[in-house]
Design a protein around this ligand. Structure first.
Ligand code: ADP
Ligand code: MG
Length: 463
């Protein structure tokens, strides 16, 4: 078996183990470039793939190789930048390769930076920010499904999942992902008319159309759109007139197989005051969530952002940021930018300095999740007033949220059961134990509750 055949059969095996989207992301443009008795050297297109493959897939690849040829005992990944002709489509932006090119002079770099800056102007027709692409979007288990669904929609808008509904806490990449779909479609299918609108703008558009008696004109302006992207759709909840008009807009686009893409901070069934008929429309397509990245992925995200900027930082600094800034990806980026500014100013960056710089970004769970925050968040999530949680009632709409609040006080803050009981009006502490056990058990059996708990926790920890 030659190297090419060997690698082909490894790739064929890998497809069984990982998702299609991840496969495409990590294995595109890889090949075996040398093989001696025990060691295989695999070339990858950039540092980003190298990092990910050697951290995440090293074992699996080695095992697969070893199964085919048991003399193979070791793997090494080397970066082989793509030449201009062989530049792969659909892999990583050119800027990422730039980091390896030692030839580029300073002025050239500045020009490149300038160029990239120009490129990032928001497109007036689509409202899309060209910065948000699939290539700059890091995929991990925390957003794998959403990413795969987004790619599928980008490849055949209107015909795979309609609508596509992406939800998750703030700063976790919803806007990035849904804009990436729009950018990919605009790039590849020039005839398609893509429009990105924040729900806030959308609602104010509807409101002013109603006020000026120009609803028909407003609708007509949406009619030619092939791909409508509405960000933060939870904003429409409770705005009845807007919901009604949106329902008609939705239907007329949907009937014509136009793609609708929505994002929200929670799944449709958890958006209070959302009309039933809209809820069921939203649930009619694909719903996928984005959650929090783990340490390894946070590190990959930091490195990706550095490469995009053609910059570098010591490993221990990156480790410190990835270990400590956990709130969301936006914060992670913010922390990195803060450090980079000081780096540019040539300030010395030892760990002590970094710690000081990042003070505002770092929370211990105990700083953020306090009693008040939990009560406030649970009440808000279930659309109740805080005092409702303490009502001595057996009404289902109250009992469950109350149990969730008790559960979180125990789980997140390690409150004792008697202390929880005291907070809830001196109830017998067996009530608190019962609540805790009930939610614990239901959490294992009921996906909807698990989803709710995750969202509530995300909200609690997002400050
Ligand atoms: P959301 O809309 O969920 O609040 P955004 O899409 O605005 O979050 O993301 C916040 C920031 O984090 C953006 O700058 C975005 O580019 C970055 N980001 C989020 N997710 C990713 C990801 N998976 N890979 C790379 N950058 C990401
Ligand atoms: Mg957003």
């Amino acid at each position: 078996m030659n190297n090419l055949e060997l690698w082909q059969s490894v790739l064929a095996q890998m497809q069984f183990h990982i998702s299609k989207a991840n496969f495409a992301t990590w294995f595109q443009n890889t090949e075996i470039i040398s093989k001696n008795s025990e060691k295989i050297i695999i070339s990858v297109p950039n540092a980003f793939s190298k990092e990910w493959l050697s951290n995440k897939y090293n074992k699996l690849i080695l095992k697969t190789l070893h199964d085919i040829d048991d003399s193979i005992k070791e793997l090494e990944f080397v970066i082989k930048p793509q030449d201009a002709n062989g530049a792969p489509k659909n892999v990583l932006p050119k800027t990422i390769d730039g980091i390896n090119s030692t030839s580029s002079s300073n002025t050239q770099r500045q020009e490149e930076a300038q160029l990239r800056f120009e490129e990032f102007k928001i497109n007036k027709d689509t409202n899309l920010n060209p910065r948000y692409t699939f290539t700059s979007f890091v995929v991990g288990s925390f957003n794998e499904l959403a990413h795969a669904a987004a790619l599928a929609v980008a490849d055949s808008p209107g015909f795979t999942y309609n609508p596509l509904f992406i939800y998750g806490g703030t700063g976790l990449g919803k806007t990035h992902l849904i804009q990436a779909i729009g950018n990919k479609i605009s790039d590849e299918q020039k005839k398609k008319k893509v429009k990105y609108i924040s729900s806030e703008k959308f609602v104010s558009g509807i409101v002013s159309a109603i006020r000026t008696n120009s609803m028909e004109a407003f609708k007509a302006s949406l009619a030619p759109i092939d791909v409508l992207i509405l960000d933060d759709i939870q904003f429409i909840a409770g705005k009845n007139k807007s919901q009604e008009e949106f329902f008609h807009v939705f239907n007329s686009l949907y009937e014509k197989n136009k793609q609708i893409i929505l994002s929200s901070d929670r799944p449709p069934n958890a958006i209070a005051e959302l009309e039933e008929r809209l809820k069921s429309r939203f649930e009619g397509g694909m719903i996928a969530d984005v959650s929090l990245p783990d340490y390894e992925t946070r590190l990959v995200i930091l490195k990706t952002k550095l490469q995009e900027k053609n910059m570098n930082l010591p490993e221990e600094v990156l480790d410190y940021i990835a270990t400590n800034v956990k709130k969301n990806i936006r914060e992670l980026e913010g922390a990195l930018n803060k450090i980079l500014i000081c780096d540019k100013l040539n300030q010395e960056l030892n760990i002590e300095a970094v710690k000081k710089l990042l003070k505002g970004f770092i929370f211990s769970p105990f700083d953020v999740a306090n009693y008040k925050k939990i009560i406030e968040t649970v009440a808000k999530f279930y659309n109740l007033e805080e005092k409702n949680l303490f009502d001595p009632t057996r009404r289902k709409e109250i009992v469950k949220p109350r149990q969730v609040a008790m559960f979180l006080l125990r789980k997140e803050l390690k409150y004792s059961f008697p202390a929880i009981a005291r907070k809830f009006g001196g109830k017998d502490h067996t009530t608190a134990i019962y609540a805790y056990k009930k939610i614990l058990q239901e959490n294992e059996e009921n996906n909807k509750l698990t989803e709710e708990l995750n969202l509530i926790k995300q909200k609690i920890y997002s400050g």
